[in-house]
Design a protein around this ligand. Structure first.
Ligand SMILES: [Zn+2]
Length: 327
């Protein structure tokens, strides 16, 4: 990760919301598989959104496997082999987007973007997304972190094991454990990475709704410490959390780790778990989002991007800000 950050000029740009951007291109993700539904119906659209993020300046693109699980595909009537192939496909699509991007860079044949910017060629990592158990349940519990007493460390490890094994062999550069809502799940990830002797690095990213704790109420310091103790973890941070909470969370994480810190907040809009939709008007405008970027960087974040409801426009603005300041 240190080398990669150096190649990126000190700071890396993470992509923006994948699922919500797919939706704004007309994909209907009202399904337990969420963005993974597009692996079946419109892989070309996933590739296009990855490419849009790359051309906007992203150094890390995150695959469409957030809510893709062997268990979820099986529930759709697919065979084990079909489900596993689709999971790997999510990473292949991201790698294809990177190839197209590198190819265009080599030939200098960019699509000039709407605002007249010519993209620059930059290093790219493909991250394989792993959403939480709560994301698989698709009942909003990834934002409550409350799984009930029946869900133990073993339940979570068994649930995640196969997907993690598959993604580790998929050609991705790292595994992105995203939107982790509690410390039990962080512990499950850390133990799995060691038990399975996973060869690619990982990042652990948590979500918060109060700026002090992760969504379950577990302390961010405890969660970040679990990540810090795991040797495969190369970066620790926060995603899908309103921008206003990020600064304080970076400070809390910094107290317990020297590993790079990543942040990719959502647009600040609220998610209505019952209606399964984002409530507009509750968020911050792109310009306001970007005005936070240098503060996050100064507080100690070295990978910065956006999560749900952020767009290539947000990412382009983040990239410009970071570049300006490291120049
Ligand atoms: Zn999100």
């Amino acid at each position: 990760m240190e080398d990669f950050l150096k190649q990126c000029g000190g700071y890396a740009v993470i992509d923006g919301g994948l699922a919500t951007e797919l939706e704004s291109h007309g994909a209907d993700l009202n399904d337990p598989l969420w963005s993974a539904k597009c692996l079946l119906s419109s892989p070309h659209l996933i590739r296009r959104v990855h490419l849009d993020y790359l051309e906007a300046g992203a150094n890390v693109i995150i695959s469409a496997s957030y809510q893709a699980t062997p268990q979820g595909f099986e529930a759709k009537g697919m065979s084990r082999e079909e489900g596993e192939a689709l999971l790997k496909r999510s990473v292949e699509i991201a790698c294809e987007a990177r190839n197209i991007y590198n190819d265009r860079a080599a030939k200098g044949s960019w699509d000039v973007t709407k605002d007249g910017n010519v993209p620059e060629h930059h290093p790219v990592f493909v991250a394989a997304s792993v959403g939480s158990y709560g994301a698989y349940l698709a009942d909003g519990s990834e934002y409550s972190g409350i799984y009930g007493d029946k869900v133990t460390l073993k339940t979570l490890k068994d649930f995640h094991r196969r997907r993690v094994q598959l993604l580790a062999e998929s050609g991705a550069d790292l595994i992105a454990f995203e939107t982790t809502p509690n410390k039990l799940e962080a512990k499950a990830y850390a133990e799995l990475l060691e038990e399975e002797n996973i060869k690619i690095p990982a990042w652990f990213s948590f979500n918060s709704k109060d700026g002090t704790n992760v969504v379950s109420g577990d302390s961010i310091a405890e969660c970040a410490s679990i990540a810090d103790s795991c040797k495969q973890v190369v970066a620790i941070g926060i995603n899908c959390t309103p921008p206003r909470f990020i600064h304080g969370l970076i400070q809390s994480i910094k107290k317990v780790t020297t590993k790079p810190i990543l942040v990719y907040p959502n647009s600040g809009e609220m998610y209505d778990a019952e209606r399964k939709e984002w409530v507009p008007t509750t968020g911050v405008a792109d310009e306001d989002f970007v005005s936070y970027v240098s503060k996050w960087r100064d507080a100690g974040a070295s990978l910065i991007g956006g999560c749900c409801r952020t767009t290539p426009k947000t990412i382009r603005a983040i990239s410009k800000t970071l570049k300006k300041e490291s120049a």
